[in-house]
Design a protein around this ligand. Structure first.
Ligand code: 16G
Length: 240
């Protein structure tokens, strides 16, 4: 796979070869790569050259380095369209994946300034604060905190949060979810997220805030979530 006579730099040849092995599934998600030393010996090239090729693919997200374990082929990212207003449960089911939630906390709390503002409530009005880890086929994908007015969404229980909130709101309460305003920004995991998302220190996350409204304009929820950037990719259709 390496042609030393080629004018193409050796690191680039190795990088290209690894990339195509990943693309054609010769190297599969989760596979452990030979060590830098092994590649260097096998191909009779320097370890620095191997490191450069691998680092480029790590930076691109195709490979992941795990401390003390080695370098692995990264899992494929879930591609999520930013078009319909869907729930996590719906999104996973469409993909044929199994959605699950780990409830971290379920509390009735007085709305703080920002939450009150987003839900158009007076400060200190009781709201549900629900923290969940959202899993797809048992892999933690996002950590999510939802604030919902207790007066609007009645009868919420811990058991309901184990399945789908949107299903309860629409089917059991008969409320019509209308639209949402959403923002997304990049960040590095904090300690709490790291523990729940099972990622390494310094891993990237996408912070998403969503403010959802009913069809009649009443604010329904204010949600803050951290999605694993190594597992999620958002796409959007744009027209001119
Ligand atoms: C998604 C929504 C969240 C909503 C939840 C309901 C984003 C960023 N967030 O996670 O706003 O509360 O779905 O999910 O998309 P559920 O019906 O599965 O409980």
């Amino acid at each position: 796979m390496i042609d030393k006579q080629s004018p193409m730099p050796i690191y680039f040849q190795l990088e290209r070869s690894l990339r195509s092995q990943i693309e054609n599934n010769t190297l599969k998600p989760g596979d452990l790569l030979p060590s830098e030393r092994e590649y260097a010996e096998q191909l009779d090239i320097s370890r620095m050259t191997v490191r450069q090729a691998i680092t480029n693919l790590v930076n691109e997200g195709l490979l992941t380095r795990q401390k003390g374990r080695g370098t692995f082929v990264a899992e494929q990212k879930l591609e999520q369209k930013l078009s319909g207003l869907t729930s996590f449960t719906e999104d996973m089911k469409v993909r044929g994946m199994n959605p699950a939630n780990t409830l971290l906390s379920f509390e009735l709390v007085p709305a703080e300034t920002k939450v009150a503002e987003r839900l158009h409530l007076k400060q200190h009005t009781p709201v549900y604060e629900i923290k969940r880890i959202r899993l797809a086929d048992d892999v933690p994908m996002a950590l999510e905190t939802v604030y919902i007015s207790a007066n609007l969404v009645k009868g919420l229980t811990e058991a309901i949060t184990a399945s789908s909130l949107y299903r309860y709101i629409e089917e059991d309460l008969g409320l019509q979810i209308g639209h949402a305003v959403q923002s997304m920004e990049a960040a590095i995991v904090n300690e709490q997220e790291r523990a729940h998302l099972l990622v390494q220190k310094g891993a990237p996350v996408l912070l998403i805030e969503r403010n959802t409204f009913l069809k009649d304009g009443t604010p329904l929820e204010y949600v803050k979530s951290s999605y694993r950037a190594d597992r999620y990719k958002f796409t959007i259709d744009i027209n001119r």
